[in-house]
Design a binder for this molecule. Sequence first.
Ligand code: PNS
Length: 157
Amino acid sequence: MTKVVCPGSFDPVTNGHLDIIERAARLFDEVVVAVLVNESKQGLFKVAERQDLLGQATGHLPNVSVSSFDGLLVDFCTANGISAIVKGLRAVTDFDYELQMAQMNSSLTQVDTVFIPTTPAYSFLASSLVKEVAKHGGDVSGLVPDFVLAKLKAKFV
Ligand code: PNS
């Protein structure tokens, strides 16, 4: 049985994240979506809110669960019997840093990273951009699930 992790900040989850999570769920037996707890970086959404939104967004996927972690991702993998990290690649600009992290993680614990190319329709999508557009009243419907859209609107009233 192959258990993998989709790690990230997910502040908040976007349709681009969901695209990768859904495809990982088709490829692997079990997928853990893990939200990074980053004490030094205050997000728009609290970690518990991010987990709740991810839970709603992945509720239709029986082999997907949602968790959180702090510290090293490889330690989370070891503690949870996870054999691979799944990351989405939007463009070549993602690749340099993602390759560096994949090689560092592999050198630390031999956990491998599997890259899934983002569906082109979402290749420009990032949580940071969604927040910026939403903050200034722009339309981000179609880029995030409806319940995330409602939460974003509530944050920026
Ligand atoms: O959604 P993000 O912010 O791009 O996700 C980045 C994340 C959480 C995957 C990455 O920062 C991470 O793995 N952080 C955990 C700390 C860690 O293991 N650092 C060493 C990476 S080589």
